[in-house]
Ligand binder design. Sequence first.
Ligand code: MN
Length: 336
Amino acid sequence: MSNLDQAPAEIDCEAEPGTRNLTVLEPREVPLGGPRAMTVRRTLPQRQRSLIGAWCFLDHYGPNDVSVRGGMDVPPHPHIGLQTVSWLFAGGIEHHDSSGGEAIIYPGDVNLMTAGHGIQHSEVSTLDTTILHGVQLWTALPSSARSTAPMFEKAKPPALEHDGAVVRVFLGSLLGYTSPITAFTPIVGAQVDIPANTTVRIPVDASFEHGVLVDTGAVTLNGEAAPVDNLSYLGVGVDSLEFVVGDEPARMILIGGEPFQEKIIMWWNLVANTHEAIVEAREAWQEEAILGGRKPDRFGTMSGYKPLPGNHSGLSALPAPEMPTVRLKPREQPPA
Ligand code: MN
């Protein structure tokens, strides 16, 4: 998916200290634009925290009845310096990108797109989708991988059973399993499902910081409430996560990783290490895809984008917003 904010701030991101006590990061509602467009609950980046490991972006959406809210219809748009991870609880999404990647995912499948030095892609919910529900995450690439060639990978992680929980590791490592798709930093991303009235302890890497997004269920995490739709954060030094689940089954997304070693800048759909690199990528996108003054090079060419009937923006590519004149750090952002 895309950050469709028309006036995105430029955010300096770096690892911030945390504690072994739970910090609850509240979601911010962000409309994705257009009269019938869906709204997402964004928990990363935000004022209190811009990164969890290399995870730098987390949007949670649905369940949305697409006959009421419309589906997902994101025209081609660029990315640099990051990976996008698409993971669904309900519905289907069709993906196309300029590295030649094309895939339809349903719940249980993961799409991983590594932008490297530049890629463009589209995402459209499938015509058979009635309810759309899922998450979109980004990881920041370390400088050693920032200029890597763009690539697309898809996987269907196994359902690991642990202590009554079902765990699907879509990126990185957990419970002795490592996802076959490519991670560039020590990281974990997983869906964790736990039946009602069950307590589960999951061993985790104590050198990682972690976040748990609760989609459904009343969950206590390491002795403290982890509210639905919030991202509950634990700093490094925690070697297990104890989930106590109430009267309804719980479904969660667990993310974590080694605190990211570098400062990065995030603006719109672009991640880089300098402001100048963001400006350069924005100009290249505008000239290659929007204004037509330059042959497609950095972001390649797209095929396969089919807008959702009756629900599309009318755009064949998303223009970049204007760059802000003031740069912000997460903790300096005004309350949204
Ligand atoms: Mn995108």
